[in-house]
Design a protein around this ligand. Structure first.
Ligand code: ZN
Length: 132
């Protein structure tokens, strides 16, 4: 992969494999293990409608149910929602991924729409972590 944000990203199947290698074979939102009946999907941390790019750094692996149920809800709101539902979301993974995405944006530039959204999410996520 190059550091040029406009460079072509690997296709979705390749990205998904890479995400599973990076994060393990569990859904970030419910913690359940992926299987032939619980198929992993790529979920955008910063939703596409908020300008989030299909970069590996903006993607996490989520099961179809969680991905679909989340819709365009922000990652921090959705994380709290998952906890209210009694699921076991991986808050550390969310913070790690948001941080890596922010680093990638700094390095590559651009993403003017996603940037303020991402920064607000990171601030909320760090507050959340320090309050815990
Ligand atoms: Zn899930």
């Amino acid at each position: 992969m190059t550091t040029n944000g406009r460079a072509q990203q690997p296709n979705r199947a390749t990205r998904l494999r890479w995400l599973l290698d990076r994060d393990g074979h569990t859904c970030i939102w419910c913690g359940r293990e992926f299987s032939s009946v619980r198929i992993p999907t790529t979920d955008h941390l910063v939703p596409r409608v908020k300008g989030g790019p299909s970069w590996l750094e903006n993607e996490v692996a989520a099961c179809r149910r969680c991905n679909r149920t989340r819709g365009h809800i922000s990652p921090v709101d959705w994380l709290a929602d998952c906890e209210r539902r009694g699921w076991r979301p991986d808050a550390d993974r969310v913070l790690r991924a948001l941080t890596a995405f922010a680093d990638a944006v700094l390095e590559r530039g651009g993403q003017r729409r996603a940037r303020p959204y991402l920064q607000a999410q990171l601030r909320r996520m760090r507050r959340r972590t320090s309050a815990a």
